[in-house]
Design a protein. Structure first.
Lengths: 151, 100
C-alpha cells in the first residue's frame, strides 16, 4: 500500500505543479484562488510523498536493499536510491517555497514573480519526474535480484 | 508595487537556497564521516530522518527569521540564485554517488 501511495502522490504533486504553471501563464484576477490552490496542493502532496516514502524506506527498504545489492543491478541502490533519497529534499523545499510565492505574489501585475514561480514550478516538475524514474529503476533492481535468485 | 518581491518571498527564498545547499553539504559530510552518520542515527533513529528534519527546520526557521528582517525589493538575484543553488545541490549529490 505504501509503495502505491508514495509514487501516486508524487505524480499528483507533479500534475498540480503543471496545473500551477498553466494558471500562472494565464494569470488574471479571476484565477488567483486556483493559483494558490494548485501550489498548496502540490506542496501538501509532496509532504505526503515524503512521509509515505520515508516510512517505507526506514521500515521496509533494508530487505529490498539486500536483494538489489546481490542482484544484477546494484547501481539501483548505490546510485539511484542514494541520490533519490537525498535529492528529494530539494524538490520538497522548492514545492513548499512555491506555496509561499503563490500566496504572497501578484502574478497579474508582477512579471518577476511570474518568472520566479514558473522556474520554481519547472524545477519541481523536472526533479520529481527524475525521482519517479529513479523509483522505477529501484523497483527493477529488486526484480532483477529476485530473478537472479530464481524467485 | 510591480516587479518587487514580498518580504516573505525574499526571506523564504534565501532560506530555500541555504537549505538546498546545506542539504548537499550535509550529505557529503555524513557520507565521508561515518561518525557523523552514526550521530544522526543516534539522534533521530535513522540518518535520513535526521537529514530531513534538519533541512526542513533550516528552511522554516530561517525563512521565518529572514522574513522579519527582509524588505520588499526587486531582488533580481533571487531567481537565478535559486536556480543555481538547485542545480548545484542536485549535481553535487549526483556526483558524490557516481564517484563513490
Amino acid at each position: 500500500m505504501l509503495l502505491m501511495v508514495h509514487p501516486t502522490t508524487g505524480a499528483l504533486a507533479i500534475f498540480c505543479a503543471i496545473w500551477f504553471m498553466v494558471e500562472v501563464l494565464n494569470a488574471s484576477e479571476r484565477n488567483r484562488g486556483r493559483i494558490r490552490a494548485a501550489a498548496l496542493t502540490s506542496a501538501l502532496l509532496m509532504v505526503i510523498t515524503w512521509i509515505a516514502g520515508g516510512y517505507w524506506y526506514v521500515v521496509y527498504y533494508a530487505a529490498d536493499k539486500a536483494i538489489i545489492l546481490k542482484g544484477a543491478w546494484p547501481i539501483a541502490h548505490t546510485f539511484f536510491m542514494e541520490a533519490k533519497e537525498h535529492a528529494f529534499f530539494i524538490t520538497l523545499i522548492l514545492s513548499m517555497f512555491l506555496a509561499v510565492v503563490a500566496r504572497r505574489e501578484d502574478f497579474v501585475r508582477n512579471r518577476s514573480a511570474r518568472v520566479l514561480a514558473l522556474w520554481v514550478a519547472l524545477m519541481v516538475i523536472l526533479s520529481a519526474f527524475a525521482a519517479e524514474g529513479a523509483g522505477s529503476i529501484i523497483a527493477m533492481g529488486v526484480r532483477m535480484g529476485l530473478m537472479q535468485a530464481g524467485i | 508595487m510591480p516587479s518587487t518581491f514580498s518580504k516573505q518571498t525574499i526571506g523564504y527564498g534565501i532560506a530555500a537556497i541555504i537549505a538546498i545547499l546545506g542539504n548537499t553539504a550535509l550529505v557529503v559530510i555524513k557520507e565521508e564521516n561515518p561518525a557523523v552518520k552514526a550521530l544522526m542515527k543516534q539522534l533521530l533513529y535513522h540518518h535520513w530522518i535526521a537529514q530531513g528534519v534538519a533541512v526542513l527546520l533550516v528552511f522554516l526557521v530561517l525563512g521565518f527569521i529572514l522574513t522579519r528582517m527582509a524588505r520588499s525589493s526587486p531582488a533580481r538575484w533571487l531567481t537565478p540564485s535559486l536556480i543555481a543553488a538547485s542545480a548545484l545541490g542536485a549535481l553535487g549529490i549526483i556526483a558524490l554517488f557516481l564517484l563513490e
